[in-house]
Design a protein around this ligand. Sequence first.
Ligand SMILES: O=C(O)CCC(=O)C(=O)O
Ligand SMILES: [Fe+2]
Length: 235
Amino acid sequence: MHEAIDCYKELEHGSYGEMGKPLVGPNLWPSNPRHFKVVMERYIELCTGMGFFWVITTELSKKIMRGIALALGGSFNELEGNIAGDPFWVMRLIGYPVISMENNHDEPENDVGCGAHTDYGLLTLVNQDENITALQVRNHSGEWIWAPSIPGTFVCNIGDMLKILSNGLYESTLHRVINRSPRYRVSVAYFYEPKYDAVIEPLDICVEKTGGVKKLGQAVYGKHLVSKVTTNFGY
Ligand SMILES: O=C(O)CCC(=O)C(=O)O
Ligand SMILES: [Fe+2]
């Protein structure tokens, strides 16, 4: 079980037609604490790198994507333009309550804070609560391994869209959260995504590296997002 505040890049009326409709309108920022909106917008700006020229910004996700583009054998801006020239983003502030032992067995109840899933977009930067190890990722051998928090770092997850672009060279890693600690755990997950209407398909350079055959079909990012979100939160 978990509780979360989700914020999405706000779309304007009419942008991206029918596909954009679920994301039209402003985020409902809590008024308490008072500076919450300002702080979160700055955090998002630092992660996205879309600040105005007079505002210092780190361009963190863009720089990581440039490193990935070079590592895949492309030009530094291979993943920009029609792919992520105008990136979409999602931000989740997540709280994982302390588990309950109310069933009078020694087995904890509701200890799965977030079920096994892959992230939808390009890259996720997870800022974890220090001193609570709760995030697990599944490795190649199918084992769940813990991803402990390392102070001053993010855990970076590859998303479904980067798996397609790389023709499967990169895996969108399955992960889940199990909070068995006696403390409420908080994490801040920032999702760096393609352009909302980007048509994502394997890059030629990656197809060449993987035997010349496209192993994965194309996807329209916005449609993938909406279908995942509406099935994940089906209430
Ligand atoms: O809380 C975490 O460490 C991970 C959260 C997560 O995987 C997600 O929100 O997609
Ligand atoms: Fe995730």
